[in-house]
Write a protein that binds this ligand. Structure first.
Ligand code: G4P
Length: 523
């Protein structure tokens, strides 16, 4: 296979969802189809820590976060699929957002009974901002959920995206009979004891053969709904799907493995090949045309082995080919080095990788060299990919060294961890107390753990809760007197002024009183 063919076979995506919507279950089914795992339960087992290897960072062990499942790769129908995990629950962090910078499309899993939930919305917004294709899988149809039309409406209203149902449920819960597959023009039966799983449709889109299903009210309802969608629904447009303006919607039940393969087959037809990325000087780096290896670091996983204090920097390969032993240059410093140790992430184990191409993710062993957003290149000419966005933190802590004598190490540790992108830094205006901001609790725990292990500083963490952080367009108009308990005025690490509002109400109240101050949020 040529390098070009190798690259064009790549499909790199993330599955986004709110916890419990069924992301793990669906991932597992995809891995089973791809032959990457043999038994159902492998991914789940990892989640509960059953397969945890002994050398992970202590908190990771406690929580059972699996490093090895953060990138999963398998071959399916002429494609090499890379699925990037986006951790949820308490493990939600800026890394979760940043992972979305490294994919070419996203699959959104929605629980049919719950509709669009908070975390799905947050992750969706990041995908929308990037304009990447988003595919929707509405899960748990084997249980009673919301009406399908209601779900489509909710999707469009809450997310502000147009939806095109690729298939439609016939019944639901105990009465779930199957899906009407608009795209493949067939009906796929749920729980067929005997006979065919797939039933053909005639020219008019009705069941072409006699079948008990035809007599049911669920079938008539589905046919009515389909007619309505054909007449009044969104038109199918591959261009709009590619631009992320129209989301194809699939219904199914991951647990019973129903509709997942149909979804995967169709998805892979549309999922984009590795996309070009833009550099800071607005040059497009094409995965194939560019010829040489390049990539960027979107995540740094700290201290997987405390004995060695090693970290792994996750690189999304943008162009060309990676080969073990090759020379790479870190654009930020201009330093070149030979990459002898690199690792690829598979569902079953961490393996040393010898080769990887654009679209793939590799891990580089890191002893503190890399920062999030760094560009690495294989050629002589260095350049930087566009900066990764910063995300508005939502929870905050005041932090200080327990032992005042350790002030220096404390500052050093904080600075390095902030630079690495592990956590965001703020300080109070005049007293210069350190406040850290994060999008998920895990970031604080990692911070505290690393401060003690790597910098030997015990840290006092004083939660100040969730806040709405807003940066200021016209800083010169901000006065110290605008600072209050409910609208804390602080500085970020670049000395920009930032308001931390107690809640939406406090922010609105502030804006009404100070109409001249223009606030904005990061992503
Ligand atoms: P997550 O990764 O998005 O957090 O979700 P996960 O796959 O762990 O699924 C959450 C729960 O929903 C699990 O049940 C899982 O079995 C169930 N589930 C997933 N897909 C379906 C589906 O299509 N239909 C039904 N009825 N349930 C589904 P649990 O009881 O929390 O876990 P477990 O004890 O089954 O492992």
């Amino acid at each position: 296979m040529t390098l070009e063919q190798d690259i064009l076979a790549r499909r790199t995506f993330a599955i986004i969802s709110h916890p419990d919507a069924g992301k793990t279950t669906i991932t597992e089914k995809l891995l089973l189809f791809g032959g990457a795992i043999r038994d159902a339960g492998t991914v789940k087992g990892k989640k509960s820590g059953k397969f945890a290897t002994s050398d992970w960072m202590e908190i990771e062990k406690q929580r059972g976060i699996s490093v090895t499942s953060s990138v999963m790769q398998f071959d399916y129908s002429d494609c090499r699929v890379n699925i990037l995990d986006t951790p949820g629950h308490q493990d939600f962090s800026e890394d979760t957002y940043r992972t979305l910078m490294a994919v070419d499309s996203a699959v959104m899993v929605v629980d049919a009974a719950k509709g669009i939930e908070a975390q799905t919305l947050k992750l969706f917004k990041v995908c929308k901002m990037r304009g990447i294709p988003i595919f929707t899988f509405i899960n748990k149809l084997d249980r009673q959920g919301k009406e399908p039309l209601e779900l489509i409406e909710e999707l469009e209203e809450v997310l502000g995206i147009n939806a095109y149902p690729m298939n439609w449920p016939i019944g639901m819960g105990k009465e779930f009979l199957g899906i009407y597959d608009r795209y493949n023009k067939r009906i796929e039966q749920f729980r067929v004891e005997e006979g065919d799983r797939y039933l053909p449709l005639d020219e008019e889109g009705h069941l072409a053969i006699d079948n008990d299903m035809k007599k049911t009210s669920y079938y008539s309802q589905a046919i009515d709904d389909i007619e309505l969608l054909n007449e009044a629904g969104n038109a199918y447009s591959e261009d709009k799907i590619a631009r992320g303006e129209l989301t194809p919607v699939f219904f199914g039940s991951a647990l019973t493995n129903f509709g997942v393969q149909t979804f995967l087959d169709t998805y892979l037809k549309f999922a984009p090949i590795p996309q070009p990325r833009i550099t800071e000087d607005e040059q497009f780096i094409d995965p194939v045309e560019h010829g040489e290896f390049s990539g960027f670091i979107f995540k740094i996983q700290a201290n997987m082995n405390p004995a060695h204090r090693d970290r792994i920097a996750f690189v999304r390969i943008v162009s060309g080919k990676f080969e073990r032993g090759m020379n790479m240059t870190l654009s930020r410093t201009g330093k070149s080095f030979k990459v002898t140790q690199s690792t690829q992430f598979l569902a079953d184990d961490r393996e040393t990788v010898n080769e990887a191409v654009a679209g793939d993710i590799i891990g580089l062993y890191d002893t503190g060299t890399y920062q999030i957003g760094d560009t690495v290149v294989g050629g002589k000419k260095t350049f930087n990919f566009e900066k990764l966005p910063q995300f508005t933190p939502e929870i905050f802590m005041k932090v200080s060294a327990k032992n005042v004598m350790k002030g220096k190490q404390f500052q050093k540790g904080v600075l390095q961890l902030v630079q690495e992108g592990a956590i965001q830094y703020f300080k109070t205006m005049h007293t210069e107390e350190v406040i850290l901001g994060a999008v998920g609790q895990l970031q604080f725990e990692v911070f505290q753990h690393r401060m003690i292990n790597e910098y030997n500083v015990e840290v006092i963490m004083q939660p100040i809760g969730s806040k709405i952080a807003r940066w200021i367009e016209n800083e010169e108009d901000v006065k110290d007197s605008m600072h209050s308990q409910r609208s804390m005025l602080v500085k970020d690490r670049f000395d920009n002024k930032v308001f931390l509002f107690e809640n939406e109400f406090a922010m609105r109240w502030f804006s009404e009183k100070n109409e001249n101050i223009q606030l904005y949020s990061l992503l």
